[in-house]
Design a protein around this ligand. Sequence first.
Ligand SMILES: *Cc1c(COP(=O)(O)O)cnc(C)c1O
Length: 504
Amino acid sequence: MPDKPNPDRPLTDDLPTDGPLADGERHLDPDDWHAFRALAHRMVDDTLDFLSKVETEPVWHPMPDAAKETVRGPLPRAGRGESETYKAFAESIQPFTNGNRHPRFFGWVQSCGTPLGMMADMLAAAMNPHCAGFEQASTYVEEQVIEWLRQLMGFPKGSSGILLGGGTMANFVALAAARDDRAGFDVFTEGLQSEHPPLVFYGSSELHGWAPKTANLLGIGTDSFRVVGVDQRYRLRLDELRAAIARDRASGRRPFCVAASAGTVTTGAVDDLDAIADLCRDEDLWFHVDGAFGAWARVSSTHGDAVRGMERADSLAFDLHKWGYLPFEIACVLVRDAAAHRRPFAISGSYIVPTERGTLSAGLPYADLGLELTRGFKALKAWMLLNAYGVDRIATILDQNLAQAGRLIELVEAAPDLELLAPTDLNVVCFRVQREGYDEGQLDGLNREVLMRVQESGVAVPSSASPGGRFGLRACFVNHRTRASDVDRLVRVVREVSTQVRAD
Ligand SMILES: *Cc1c(COP(=O)(O)O)cnc(C)c1O
């Protein structure tokens, strides 16, 4: 990479300045920068108001028909201007989210975002760099973020990584690398059309839904994703895994990967990562870990041990827009063998041949590490998060979330009308309302009704899960705004609402 520009370059002070528009010329900049500046300041002020008083709002309320009507409409031929458009947004769009920015949103696994993250996204959009690479600051920011994440996750120096839109894409990229590295032939050029043993990979029945999608998109089909059973703690059963691998080898298939979970989406279970790492070493299989949210436990001071062995993985996928607290979208994949990471994605083309100096002198490194060519500047919000708050403060909040999960477990265990549905290794609690004399079907119905009423109350938004086939409420703690008192209120509203649901 060049460190000094060509000394013979011409001076640039004779470049034209912003002259008047010629007849018929248009642009999309404001007609009046002064007025636009005032509008932009209002947008920022309104947004900060909206964020700073978020806990005074209901967690969720449905979007009224009138607001939906405002969103819809005929294709606008003539625009109605920036101000009017912002007004429509502020009235009919901004208030109606599913609630994930609120401290009592416990549903699914969704970060609440941070105000600094919001500003970082705005600043990134203003810079609008093309993040395939290029000799520009964004290239170095992403490189640094990947390096920090590598250290946090305990991957060795020289590992490769890229930021992606989500955990689904991060897991997909990892499995593509795994397939091409372990197939035993050149998948990139031959594809899967020639005669080779069928490829198979393994994961537990609790592995996330990216696995079948990925099996299809890798061209190996969903039957090639071998679903292994789980134990009482919802962890992949190693005896079943060993037996499945032996069976597949005996019938001429080619196992290439085990995909373990560090934090399953339903109950937060962590597979025995050390044991799976040993098995993959012995069986010569690629060891992948889906740590979408659970990987962050490594950074916690109380639960780091829960994900021990994760650092031995060949690849690790994790989100920063779940337990990393950042606004959507941002995830990361780390791959131990940098060459294996590039293999499915690196291509060449005359339009991307780097020059020794100039704009392309840093090349397009990120185009060779994933599917996308044009990419936005996701790295900035991660770089700003870590710089502004530091790992120690983030670790404290991770601990806080884990303690909140512990608190909910205690409250559920202490309440005669509630019961836990599953153990957890991390920050996900599944529980349900229990009622004397109800059979399983009636309990499902009762809890379904309780769930909807709690969400509609606006007091809290849990989601649902059915571990072991029993329907219940599910609370996931990935929110830096949640406080212990919010956990108490969740339990209170669930119990209150449940007394209003009669038997029928
Ligand atoms: C959310 C999740 C994913 C998918 O990540 P996205 O960012 O939603 O694409 C994968 N695995 C687990 C365990 C998850 O919780």
